[in-house]
Design a protein around this ligand. Structure first.
Ligand code: 5RP
Length: 222
């Protein structure tokens, strides 16, 4: 199976996971990325069965709106029943690295407001230890060099993601050669550096459900 076919299969599985719970008041939290895009496309026939969505990026918001799905302000929705998003890496404890698409801060905010985080991924994202994928860190632009020096002290090789401005007007540093033994401790440590908006470790708030697409079907872990 191609990676695209695996992504399509897990998008189908995510629809099955949430469909029984939808009603006219349901507001869904929607992530960002190519896997989520397939999930968004599959919401189209269901668009009259739920109220709308909160998006973790301008790109996802545009895609939702193009399908006629209302995009709501998180400040007006309260707790969301589900947040559906992909991952760049996910481990056995359902902790993740996210932010390959530079949407990590809004992803973390929407995930924090959700009762259930459903991570949808293909098997290439499943790892024993987080860190092969370069960990993204969103920084306030004036702090970029300072944060880079602090990341070197922690053992990372920081690389400025040139030409990328986040939806929040900030910049991204990717941490290469940075294997992570204790994701929750590292998440907190990185967030304590002045000028860091957030980092792509989703450990303090990991996923509640992992739908992992493999050649022989979609495995569900909760
Ligand atoms: C965006 C993300 C995405 O969830 C992550 O990059 C996975 O994307 P894809 O589904 O395209 O592989 O964190 O910031």
């Amino acid at each position: 199976m191609t990676q695209d076919a695996l992504k399509a299969a897990v998008a189908d599985a995510a629809i099955k996971e949430i469909e029984p719970w939808l009603d006219r008041n349901t507001v869904l939290g929607i992530g960002t990325g190519s896997t989520v895009n397939l999930f968004i496309d599959r919401l189209r026939p269901l668009r009259d069965s739920f109220r709308g969505a909160v998006a973790s990026s301008e790109a996802s918001a545009e895609r939702l709106k193009a399908l006629g799905i209302d995009v709501l302000d998180l400040n007006s929705t309260g707790t969301l029943p589900f947040y559906i998003d992909g991952a760049d890496e996910v481990n056995a404890n359902l902790q993740m690295i996210k932010g390959g698409g530079a949407a990590l801060t809004r992803e973390k905010i929407v995930a924090a407001c959700a009762r259930r985080f459903i991570c949808i991924a293909d098997e290439s994202k499943h790892v024993a230890r987080l860190g092969d994928f370069p960990l993204p860190v969103e920084v306030i632009p004036m702090a970029r060099s300072y944060v880079g020096r602090e990341l070197v002290k922690l053992g990372a090789e920081p690389v400025y993601r040139q030409g990328v401005t986040t939806d929040n007007g900030n910049q991204i540093i990717d941490c290469f050669d940075f294997m992570i033994d204790d994701p929750a401790a590292m998440e907190a440590r990185l967030n304590a550096i002045a000028g860091v908006v957030t980092n792509g470790l989703f450990a303090a708030r990991g996923a509640d459900v992992l739908l992992l697409s493999k050649g022989d079907g979609v495995a569900r872990t909760a």
